[in-house]
Design a protein around this ligand. Sequence first.
Ligand code: ARG
Length: 587
Amino acid sequence: MSLLQRLTALVGDAFVAEGADASAGQVVPSQRPELAQFQCNGAMGASKALGRNPRDLAEAVIARLDPSTFVETSVAGPGFINLAISGEALAAAIEAMHGDERVGHQMAGDPRAIVVDYGGPNVAKSMHVGHLRATIIGDSLKRIARFVGHRVWGDAHFGDWGTQMGQTIVGIAERYPDLPFFAADYDSEQNVDIPITLDDLQEIYPDVSRRAKEDEELAAAARKATLELQQGRPGYRDLWRHLYDVSLEAQRADFTDLGVEFDLWFGESTVHDRCAPIISNGQQAGVAVEDQGALVVHVDLPGDNREWPPLILAKSDGAYTYGTTDVATVDYRADELDAGEAWYVVDARQADHFEQVFRAARKLGVAPASMVLDHVKFGTMNGPDGRPFKTREGGILKLRDLIDMVTEAAMKRIEAQDLGADMEKDERFAIARQVGLAALKYGDLQNHRASDYMFDLDRFVSFDGKTGPYLQYAAVRIKSILRRVAEEGIEPGRAAAPINDGDEALMLQLVRLPEVIDRSLDSRAPNHIAEYTFELAAVFNRFYEQCHILSESDPIVQASWVTLVETTLAALTLLLDLLGIEVPARM
Ligand code: ARG
């Protein structure tokens, strides 16, 4: 149990003894640390239900608390309870964290099965900033949920079944008419050498997509190709397989370089066979109905204050849509994976799409009532011009370009700071990559996901201020402090009560760690961890200025400080890992 949980339980018991609900005992870090380290604000709410004066209730609760834990308690204002715990109680909490590989965090007692749907790359299309944010935020949420103790799958939900496939097929037919895939008598047994690379695809698709907006004939041909692909035309299926493989391989390599892995690379196509039965069951139930030749689900609900367009399950030609495969994917996750939750880490601009999908999935009986479907929305990463960030003049973002760009910027900084001067080129490059990615990821995760932010590479790669590189550097520095301490033969010992405000502040910061992790998970917002990690590094710096470990004359204090430093390093390493940031071995 974390310190805050223990304090909450103690105060909760006191409230119960006064006839109130245990939930009134919630203890939080104090807003005014100069008065006390912790506080409880439950007396005001609880007093109403009991018909008592809130201050009197607070006094009665205090009278029931064990004085050996709480050195000082007082009531302030309308009934706030201030709680100052003893140095020994604080030290015991640190001691418990120090020996614990979970650094004091208690595994969830109710493990849930969660699919985190993030990344969302598409066959034949380049990734844009939305995919980058989805990747960074989704990967962090996956790591947090897994650490907390849930069973988690990260699924890339590869976009491989929509209109862009038909458009790409048509574009390839224009450019490579001699390929056998387009022949009516295509024979799938033949071995074809296919000259098309991902770079070609990234030209072909945007070209056709742009022209199809004006050229109705081309658009119709692309729709037909999409439909024929979905219906299983052998030449198209074989060509599709190639496009799929080429895209998957390249994109997976980019994700790997970002330090991101998926457990599932399922795509829209994975659930193709589920679509027809869902639709026919829906028709039988009267939920899927005809509308202007298409089959749709009406998703508006009583009480809506806006109109909701229906979700299209099959277009008038019979083709499935992005919505159809998303509904079928809910079915897959509920049915095959037995997932209790699915989190969609996707751009806020798709909010309507997901609301439609979730409503349709419930109406069609695909998502059980107990299943949590959550669109974890995020805002845009903008360039300095205030528009969605692009790596090239007029072009869209390529993950590869971006990784190269942040690595290069990090390398310049590393050289400017004269770090790693004694290293081989390879090692320096590896560190520059780690630093560049930390800059990119922390630059994103320090913001609440719902807000837009500006991509400011200069600031992100700086070793000063609230940045990923600063935090990496802090961790590396602590490692070197511990090396020096070990060289002097100083060993960690029992955590002792704090002796100044430097070590007390560090201890108080450390004991908050478990709650911060839980809060990030509950609100699906890694920025709480990002913020806390930065504070931890800052509080550590103040501690280190004030507490001179090497020259400390009291061996008990000295050994206790080493324990505190080790606990800080364990915490920093864990937290950075939850943000997807690696700590270099040295710098
Ligand atoms: N491929 C989609 C896109 O590029 C994102 C997929 C998000 N996940 C989902 N289940 N729809 O916009």
